[in-house]
Design a protein around this ligand. Sequence first.
Ligand SMILES: Nc1ncnc2c1ncn2[C@@H]1O[C@H](COP(=O)(O)OP(=O)(O)OP(=O)(O)O)[C@@H](O)[C@H]1O
Length: 242
Amino acid sequence: MLRVEEVQFAYPDGRVALSGVNLDVAEGERVALLGPNGAGKTTFILQLNGILTGTGSIHVDGLPVSKPHLAEIRRRVGIVFQDPDDQLFMPTVAEDVGFGPANLGLRGAELSARVDEALAAVGMAEHRDRAPHHLSFGQRRRVAVATVLAMRPAILVMDEPSSNLDPAARRELADILLGLDVTLLMVTHDLPYAYQLCQRSVILDNGRIVADAPTAEILADEGLLAAHRLELPYGFSVANAG
Ligand SMILES: Nc1ncnc2c1ncn2[C@@H]1O[C@H](COP(=O)(O)OP(=O)(O)OP(=O)(O)O)[C@@H](O)[C@H]1O
């Protein structure tokens, strides 16, 4: 579903944010992208739909991420940013969720059905006609997920999905994500969330992939975690995580 080969990226000031990144993600896989602040995680996900362009190659379901294909690539790669307010700008929830599909040409009953389907998937159907800015942060994050799901993406990319959520909202979002039939790449500092949601984890540090293994294996390797400034919450261990 996703093939990343030898991706390098330097910002205009010369700072090298990614060097020689290779990653394959299979259809239906859920992968956590871990790494300390400044590792290059955000820079990496912004390459996946061509917001940033470095060297090397990226293919999504066989299609290269390159200028002539950007419209289709952006439909296939749905990125949910950390701040839902970056993605919600219409007067109602339904208009926000319908914005992308309407741009694809959907109208009338077809558009409405697409919106209902996406809102139902995140448990927000009853909030269809509300103003996004009247919703709680957790509800806005779910609507942001719906705006992306409404495009029926091939891969859902989430930047720190559990940040700023209370424990109940964090758990509810995990349940929603576990119920989706989608390929997921999730950037997170929340290691138990990675464990709960993703069978596989990748550690990015200093612009390079330094580990790619089952999440349980990575979280059990204290030396590896410490070397890359990753810390489990006090008392958490893979053995007792359930
Ligand atoms: N616009 C920019 N110009 C120059 N350097 C940048 C820019 N944005 C990010 N960087 C640098 O690129 C590197 C990678 O940053 P990036 O934001 O991708 O890291 P990250 O892993 O997402 O970090 P965090 O966990 O803090 O969100 C860092 O050294 C950062 O300082």
